[in-house]
Ligand binder design. Structure first.
Ligand code: PGA
Length: 240
């Protein structure tokens, strides 16, 4: 695992966007694994600016998002479908046909997991972008999730619902379930880029760097992958 320390969120976002641009220069039809949450927003913004300047194109890029809430309509303001379109897809030249997210808005979540898993098996993610939860989750793989887990319906940890409450009117509105790629799917990406910014991530980064590999800390699974880069800012690195 390669750790790159930068000054702040702005630098982290630029470096992450450069990482994606470099990949697309080499492979214009790359397949990207994408994440939501607040951490990758700056990276998306930088990529949009690069696209507007004609420095990068997503015309032939395919994307797979890590996760989606269960029970929210696609058009719900807090669905990850909406987030990805508003924060990224609507501003670049990606083809709608090449965008993939788990289907959270369906009566049959098991079937939605199976079909997402099948899509993932028939494709190969070149670069998976990840954030990290305060409890070490990656995607919505909460502590205790087996590293062999594939796409599944997860009951969100109370800590995760509380962390995400800020985007909803009340805790009661935060969905209790989500569909997430499993850790096994994440580890199948050729390359992984994990981003962490701010003091709130310092403890998780310390555990990631110096803790042991354990299902109690899902991000530790990344130590079993040969090509992982972690970009952290000074605050996230403050306990190292
Ligand atoms: P954040 O979430 O980017 O909003 O901090 C990361 C995560 O929980 O995976």
């Amino acid at each position: 695992m390669k750790i790159i320390k930068v000054k702040d969120y702005e630098e982290l976002s630029k470096m992450a966007a450069d990482f994606v641009r470099n990949l697309l220069e080499k492979k214009p039809d790359a397949c990207l694994g994408l994440a939501t949450g607040s951490t990758p927003l700056g990276m998306y913004q930088n990529l949009i600016e690069m696209y507007q300047k004609g420095e990068v194109s997503f015309k032939d890029v395919r994307t797979y998002n890590l996760d989606e809430y269960c029970g929210l309509e696609k058009t719900h303001p807090q669905s990850y479908f909406t987030y990805m379109h508003e924060m990224f897809f609507n501003h670049i030249d990606i083809s709608e046909n090449n965008i993939n997210l788990p289907e959270g808005d369906t009566a049959n979540h098991e079937e939605a997991c199976n079909s997402y898993n099948e899509l993932l098996y028939n494709d190969e993610i070149d670069l998976q972008i990840l954030g990290i939860g305060g409890n070490g989750h990656i995607g919505f793989n909460e502590p205790g999730t087996a590293f062999t887990q594939e796409t599944f319906v997860v009951k969100l940890a109370e800590k995760t619902r509380l962390d995400n409450q800020r985007f909803f009117n009340s805790l009661a509105e935060v969905p209790e379930f989500a569909i997430t790629m499993g850790i096994k799917n994440i580890l199948q990406a050729k390359e992984i880029l994990l981003l962490a910014s701010g003091k709130g991530k310092a403890e998780a980064i310390k555990k990631l760097v110096s803790g042991e590999v354990s299902v109690d800390f899902p991000a530790s699974a990344l130590k079993e992958h040969a090509n992982v880069t972690v970009i952290i800012d000074e605050e996230a690195a403050s306990l190292l």
